[in-house]
Design a protein around this ligand. Structure first.
Ligand SMILES: [Fe+2]
Length: 346
């Protein structure tokens, strides 16, 4: 368990998550979804389509036209080229030019489950796009700070500022988590264990020292096969999440879960399905931690996933029953997630 809290001597400390990559059989449908979700299409050459957010990242999503729908992987940004060099020395791979928007340099790895993980440096960032000011003045019973200033937001796509996190299912939780902690300096923010003490769900943040980092940039759930469970994006504030939901409803997309407030990470959330069935989260007001914040340890339980809001939808629950021969912890994970967390839930 201790080896899952933080690696004592990681190869490097990555700075941030920057983009995700998907294969899509119907890139036109994906294009409609991503625009409605709050991304901005970029004019780029080549087969892939790229989408930026309203922040500085050169792009947030790459869609590769393909004969299958699948998650390819994601990219992290290093603090400097020396980090790429350290990684090449350990992994025996080369630094190569990054051929996507933003250019710069990259080291391309494959994680234990076969996903592409790029580490980038010297990428050219974009000027942020204009967004409305966040609604940060909140009236409370004993503190009236918003006077003669009504909240007026419109039903429009929630502007995606940047990628927040990627949540992956992995058949070997310990190996996968340690792989990321050793290479990129991830720290466990919260670990959830099944009854025998085996960690089965973990939220991992980047080590940015005294600079606050998202509660998690990566999370893993133990499960029978590698899968992407969702990708998450940060938008302006709670009203942007809510008004984005109105827009996505108006456009006929499939809602998955929300709005609600998570427990581990505290994000105000809303989940939507893309045309291939993968899930995308809008969030606002997530937790930020510095590197010294201790790891939380909890029993895995469905009710621990959100503080308030609707019950976990069927689509996010384990399908069960598990195949014969499934490892015991898989059964424990399924039991934990299928047990109704509150009296009025089933
Ligand atoms: Fe999430």
């Amino acid at each position: 368990m201790n080896s899952l809290l933080r690696h004592q001597d990681p190869i490097l400390h990555a700075d941030r998550l920057t983009h995700v990559v998907f294969n899509r059989r119907d890139p036109d449908a994906m294009d409609r979804f991503l625009r409605d979700f709050g991304f901005v299409s970029l004019e780029t050459s080549g087969r892939s389509r790229h989408y930026r957010g309203y922040g500085k990242a050169p792009f947030c999503v790459e869609v590769i036209p393909a004969d299958e729908d699948s998650f390819v992987g994601f990219a992290l940004v290093a603090k400097d080229v020396a980090d790429l060099q350290r990684l090449t020395q350990v992994e025996g791979v080369a630094i190569e030019p990054n051929d996507g928007p933003g250019g710069g340099l990259r080291v391309r790895l494959t994680d234990p489950d076969g996903r592409r993980v790029d580490l980038l440096a010297e990428i050219a960032e974009l000027d942020p796009l204009p967004i409305r000011a966040p609604f940060v003045s909140i009236n409370t019973p004993n503190r009236n700070v918003r006077v003669n200033a009504p909240i007026r937001s419109s039903a429009e796509p929630s502007p995606v500022l940047r990628m927040g996190h990627v949540v992956l299912q992995t058949p070997d939780f310990q190996r996968t988590a340690e792989w990321y902690m050793h290479r990129f300096g991830f720290i466990a923010s919260d670990l959830c264990t099944v009854a025998d003490g085996t960690p089965a769900l973990g939220f991992f943040r980047l080590d940015r020292g005294d600079t606050p980092a998202d509660h998690h940039s990566l999370a893993f759930l133990a499960g029978p096969a590698p899968a992407v469970l969702h990708v998450s994006t940060e938008t302006i504030d709670i009203d942007a999440v809510g008004q984005g939901q109105q827009h996505l409803r108006a456009r006929g997309w499939t809602h998955a879960w929300g709005t609600g407030r998570h427990v581990l990470g505290s994000q105000f959330f809303d989940y939507w399905k893309d045309p291939a069935g993968d899930e995308w989260e809008h969030y606002a007001d997530g937790d930020l931690m510095t590197a010294d914040y201790p790891t939380g340890q909890h029993p895995l339980a469905r009710g621990g996933l959100w503080a308030w809001g609707d019950d976990l939808p069927e689509s996010l629950r384990p399908p069960g029953p598990l195949p014969e021969g499934a490892p015991p912890f898989s059964r424990a994970v399924v039991d934990a997630l299928l047990t109704p967390p509150r009296p009025w839930m089933r």
